[in-house]
Write a protein that binds this ligand. Structure first.
Ligand code: SF4
Length: 397
């Protein structure tokens, strides 16, 4: 029972991706350039601090050279760029900028603390409510010792998004690392969490009290319990899918991924593309036909009213016009609906007029609204039939 922050975050964002990576052990064959740039910046900052521990301060030029060499030696075809308006060069320069800003901000690095841990793998034992031990693992970027039992946990971020204080308050990763530090050093009096948002040249800080740490640990254990109880691991699409490294294994993205890799001359030969284009064409014709049908329907009704007829002869057949009256049911939850239902119950005819809604029933038994016992009981009384829905999102013209 070993989990990492990345595992929990992956599950929260997309249970299917979690299943692929951590249960099916699918190897991600590619990495986003953002992740690649982040890892090269991390390695370079680690080198800086390792040199400092050896009483050696590399100048910025040397550090940049190290960064560029690491980049060029490890960049490969497996690195992909989502934001096509930017090039590899742009990302490489962003990393350089991050390092330059960081170097100038902290130079000559004789500041507050002395590094104790660099890129250190830590393990935090947690105990769930059943008493089972769960290990939480992670790699701590840097731990500094200040003085008199004061420690700082540093984390480098190359994200293009600067979090608000509220988002920071919800942090799980560094809070759990704080527990690892407190377990490792009995002299701990105070721990501060420090994030370096390098793209913005900003340093964000947070202190965590014991009760907050306990809440974070309890919340992490809750996610772990959800993972262990999860049966379906459904894909959850979001804007992050474009950056997903396992798209080629995901039913939501597999075909899109495959087509994106096809040479232009082969696009027309793909059966999926042919079918979607045909579907889109017939769908457009259907819409057009429905609109015209509605216009003709209205004209027929006007014709019937004007001539006082209920049957109209055509070459293709006869149209009968009959009028019916159907009650309009008040909206669910409204006062009128409540009164109507009550009145129907009093007549003893409620069972005849109320109908179960299959869509609502499905969301009820598949969702989180019911307790497990009720859900199992109702599920046991249902049989299921498979249905397929197609939804067409038109490509931009
Ligand atoms: S592409 Fe999206 S939905 Fe599919 S596994 Fe990746 S994150 Fe999940």
């Amino acid at each position: 029972m070993v989990y990492s922050h990345t595992q929990l975050e992956t599950y929260e964002r997309c249970p299917f991706k979690y299943r692929l990576l951590y249960l099916d052990r699918v190897k991600a064959g590619r990495r986003s350039i953002e992740a690649f740039m982040g890892s090269v910046v991390h390695v370079t900052l680690e080198k800086l601090y390792r040199d400092l521990l050896m009483s050696r301060l590399p100048d910025l030029e040397e550090l940049n050279r190290f960064y560029l060499d690491t980049w060029r030696n490890s960049y490969g075809d497996d690195v992909f760029i989502v934001r096509s308006e930017y090039t590899e060069e742009d990302y490489l320069n962003t990393g350089l900028q991050c390092l330059g800003d960081y170097y100038r901000r902290y130079y000559p690095f004789r500041g507050r603390g002395r590094p104790l841990w660099l890129e250190k793998r830590v393990q935090i034992p947690l105990r769930d409510e059943k008493g089972r031990q769960v290990s939480f693992i992670g790699v701590l970027d840097r731990l500094d010792y200040l003085e008199e039992g004061r420690y700082e946990i540093h984390d480098y971020k190359t994200s293009q998004l600067l979090p608000s204080q509220d988002v920071l308050e919800e942090d799980r990763q560094l809070s759990l690392y704080q527990m690892a530090v407190e377990a490792a050093f009995p002299d701990v009096r105070e721990v501060e969490l420090v994030w370096h948002y390098l793209v913005f040249d900003r340093e964000l800080r947070l202190r965590r009290e014991k009760d907050k740490l306990e809440q974070v640990a309890a919340a992490a254990l809750k996610v772990i319990r959800e993972i262990e109880e999860c049966r379906d691991f459904l894909p959850r699409e979001s804007e992050l899918c474009d950056w997903c490294e396992v798209q080629e294994h995901c039913p939501k993205r597999k075909h899109l991924y495959m087509v994106a890799k096809l040479p232009v001359r082969e696009l027309g030969m793909d059966r999926g593309i042919q079918l979607v284009d045909e579907y889109a064409e017939w769908y457009a014709r259907k819409r057009e036909a429905e609109e015209r049908l509605e216009e003709v329907r209205k004209e027929i009704i006007e014709f019937a009213d004007f001539h006082g007829v209920e049957k109209i002869q055509g070459n293709a057949g006869v149209v009968s016009v009959s009028r019916t009256r159907r009650p309009v049911i008040p909206a669910p939850g409204s006062e009128e609906r409540g009164r109507l239902e009550e009145a129907l119950r009093e007549t003893g005819k409620w069972e005849e007029v109320c109908a179960l809604n299959p869509n609502r029933l499905a969301s009820l038994v598949l969702g989180e609204e019911l307790d497990e016992e009720s859900r199992n009981r109702i599920c046991g009384l249902l049989s299921w039939e498979e249905g397929v829905t197609l939804r067409l999102r038109r490509a931009p013209q």
